[in-house]
Design a protein. Structure first.
Length: 133
């Protein structure tokens, strides 16, 4: 599942991601962020695929985002989405839309061509996890 920012093509195709709030563990954060960014709540964590240190390649980036530790998870949808494509207003936990995302499903064999390398690098681990689920 990937998304593009509606009206912001330079943002590129991405998978849902986000930050960890104070006193929130990584597992709770991934589920919260997925819901905030896509509206999907019927999901469970299969396993953590790993983590990596990320240093932003391009400037300017918002304060606090130049260097990050990414925690990556394999998730399983308990209920499939009703549509192959949909749009979602991301409100960052509030009531005012900050971004509009256009979601779609990609085949894992073609996803690497669409995603930024920092996200695409996890596709082999996801494929391995799917094979051993």
């Amino acid at each position: 599942m990937v998304f593009d920012h509606v009206g912001v093509p330079q943002a590129g195709t991405q998978v849902p991601a986000g930050g960890v709030k104070a006193d929130e563990d990584h597992e709770a954060a991934v589920l919260r962020e997925l819901f905030e960014e896509s509206g999907i709540s019927a999901v469970r964590i299969v396993r953590k695929l790993g983590e990596c240190w990320y240093v932003a390649e391009r400037a300017p980036v918002p304060a606090g985002y130049a260097e990050q530790v990414h925690h990556v998870f394999h998730l399983h949808l308990d209920e499939p989405t009703s549509d192959a494509t949909w749009e979602w207003d991301e409100c960052d936990g509030g009531d005012v839309a900050k971004w509009r995302y256009a979601y779609r499903w990609l085949d894992l064999d073609t996803a690497a061509d669409a995603l930024h390398p920092i996200q695409a690098m996890w596709l082999p681990a996801l494929q391995c996890s799917l094979h051993h689920t």
